[in-house]
Design a protein around this ligand. Structure first.
Ligand code: SF4
Ligand code: SF4
Length: 251
């Protein structure tokens, strides 16, 4: 199957959570409220092998396994624009925008031969998918694959650090394994969210104070956006807690 695509820079996909490499998260800590999003991938999923390679695996009591992906994420509600979006349309950090944004509409946690399935354009997005647009996918291959490969390589290089984080969290949060197992079988919440501060502690991040100081105003803006909006109460709980943690780390 051949797929055509051209971004017309409408800005409509620049809302809600943005998965990042750690490198992009660190570089943009002054812009994005950062959380660590855990996704359990069941053994029966076609994404299991790649997720095991890019993440880690958890053995379950029934001898099955779960692959676990932990992804640094700009953690904002689906209704809120990316903090880097300018005039509701343009990327304010275009030249340095994260790998995830460069690789749209592909997805690094699925094998290349299945990428056709992840090219999903929402009805209100203004992507050009007509035959006049360039071919981006053919014969199960991503064409012009430099950005796709760069993002994947970056994630692979960060995988050992993410595994160390998972080991640390499993050791000190014994309920996490159960939460992940439940999340993997639940029809609803398929993710678990942990804090940047736990990642900083687990990986013995070198410059925690500076990173925390960059997060504080970002979290304050996120709190200001979410407060008085009952539908964002869950986000507000995270932001309040992360703000306190970052304030402590910034001392
Ligand atoms: S960084 Fe730029 S391209 Fe990426 S979501 Fe934000 S505004 Fe959009
Ligand atoms: S929705 Fe499509 S056209 Fe609009 S910014 Fe995103 S990728 Fe580009």
């Amino acid at each position: 199957m051949t797929r055509h695509f051209r971004c017309t820079a409408c800005g409509k996909c620049c809302y809600g959570q943005l998965p990042l490499t750690w490198r992009d998260a660190e570089a943009n800590a002054h812009l994005f409220p950062l959380g660590m999003v855990w996704t359990p991938v069941p053994q029966a999923s076609k994404d299991f092998n790649l997720a095991s390679q890019l993440g880690t695996t958890l053995k379950l009591p029934d001898r099955k396994e779960l692959a676990i992906l932990v992804v640094p994420t700009s953690f904002i509600p689906a209704t809120r624009p990316c903090p880097a979006l300018v005039d509701n349309k343009l990327c304010g950090i275009h030249e340095q925008k994260p790998a995830r944004c460069r690789t749209m509409p592909f997805y690094p946690y699925r094998e290349e031969r299945f990428q056709n399935e992840v090219i999903k354009i929402k009805s209100d997005w203004e992507c050009d998918t007509s035959e006049a647009a360039p071919v981006i996918y053919a014969d199960s291959k991503v064409l012009e694959s430099v950005d796709f490969n760069t993002e994947r390589t970056q994630i692979e290089s960060e995988a050992p650090m993410m595994r160390r984080y998972v080991e640390y969290m499993m050791k000190y949060t014994p309920t996490l394994a159960n939460q992940l197992t439940l999340a993997s079988t639940s029809g609803k919440a398929k993710h678990i969210v942990t804090s940047l501060s736990s990642f900083i502690t687990a990986t013995r991040y070198q410059d925690a104070k500076a990173l925390a100081r960059r997060q504080i105003p970002v979290l304050q803006a996120a709190i200001d956006h979410a407060k008085d909006k009952p539908e964002l109460a869950d986000f507000l709980r995270y932001y309040d807690s992360w703000y306190k943690e970052m304030s402590y780390l910034s001392q």
